[in-house]
Ligand binder design. Sequence first.
Ligand SMILES: Cc1cc2nc3c(=O)[nH]c(=O)nc-3n(C[C@H](O)[C@H](O)[C@H](O)COP(=O)(O)OP(=O)(O)OC[C@H]3O[C@@H](n4cnc5c(N)ncnc54)[C@H](O)[C@@H]3O)c2cc1C
Length: 408
Amino acid sequence: MIKKKYLILGAGPAGLTLANMLLDRGEEDFLLLEKEDVAGGLCRTEYVGSNPVDIGGGHILDVRSQRVCDYMFRFLPKDKWNIFDRDSKIRFQDQFMGSPFESHIWQLPVEDQVRYIKSIAIAGCNLGTPKPEKFVDWIRWKLGDEIAENYMLPYNRKMFTSNLDSLGTYWLEKLPDVSFEDTLMSCLEHRFYGKHPGHARFYYPDREGYGDAFILMQKRLGDKFLGGVRVTSLDVENRVVNEEFTADHIISTIPWTDIEEYKGLEDEYISMIGRLKYSGIQVDYHKQPLPFETKAHWIYYPQECYAFHRILVLFNFSPRSEGYWTETNLERVDMTGSPDIKSGPGADLSYKNIYAYPHNTLDKPEIMAKLLPRMEKSRITGLGRWGEWQHYNSDVVMEKAMDLAQKL
Ligand SMILES: Cc1cc2nc3c(=O)[nH]c(=O)nc-3n(C[C@H](O)[C@H](O)[C@H](O)COP(=O)(O)OP(=O)(O)OC[C@H]3O[C@@H](n4cnc5c(N)ncnc54)[C@H](O)[C@@H]3O)c2cc1C
């Protein structure tokens, strides 16, 4: 049995940051276990020639947290990154309109503008009806039936799950905040009104992919990083992993649902873990140029007849690269691309991520509010996108890992 003070499960941004923070304060008695041979998790990059492919989909570094940016720049220095003002588009009715939809309605024909504005005007939030608890109802309540039917619901069905009825509303601060007044102002003045919740400005490396910074974090850890070890069993009471590793304190960043066998954990918690839902995506890289010109960094595709839901226009944020990536929900990979964009078949690189989106189901807050304290009682801490089952971006999980390192 290998015994350590700390055992960290999963070497994505959360596990890597925690491990590096422990090293910073002189702590050597820990091990980081990872099922892949290399670190990076959803933020990992592979290469086709000199073209980076972020295998977990488009990954950019938000400028918001100076602490996180400084930490990233320790590994990949600041002069190796470019900074961008977000340019995202929606492919809609044979044109590319700006995003978010509700503040770019002015780019549609006038008769459509009238239809959308009328629909928002009678949406529940503008009539003062109570806020619904289900995602689908909330979208109609906030944005009106027209945007719900033509953009938001199809897009979210494509990205997350065909079963949108299972989702709650408690996580919707992730969506842009655009009021009815903002929509009207944008139509009058033909410019964006409202608030982007994230990624309004972002960094992307000049030559490398996003994942290269995480490989450098892994390298600093030396033999404290142990790749090729998939965690399959967890003895909660004794803090034993795979009957081979044990620690005074375990920090888990891996999906609770990926652990096949729990020992010493009461049935009610095992059943809660079974109720946690998630979905996966496939990322496909095509080296060939796009068949149209665009300055957008990425483009959303709400059309349900096309397999993929988003394309990342690689050369618009990685200036020496060519081609584009598509992101497709694993439920939809057998479908075809659009007339002008290929997705899976014929790709120069395809990568399947079984775990991409933790689902914000109606019962998830209650499950996690019980599961995390139960694990904590046995000195097992959940951290990151999967440990906390939250839609956290990488900057958020790195910040949380920094905070946890200070507490440990
Ligand atoms: C399509 C998409 C786009 C995104 N875009 C952005 C973006 O632009 N900017 C941004 O900041 N964030 C973005 N994110 C979010 C970002 O990917 C996550 O915030 C980040 O990867 C979370 O880090 P983590 O360490 O918590 O989890 P992960 O990155 O998922 O790492 C978990 C690690 O655990 C390992 N693991 C899993 N199971 C086991 C097991 N049983 N045993 C051992 N190891 C295991 C995995 O291999 C992985 O290395 C995006 C996510 C997706 C899906």
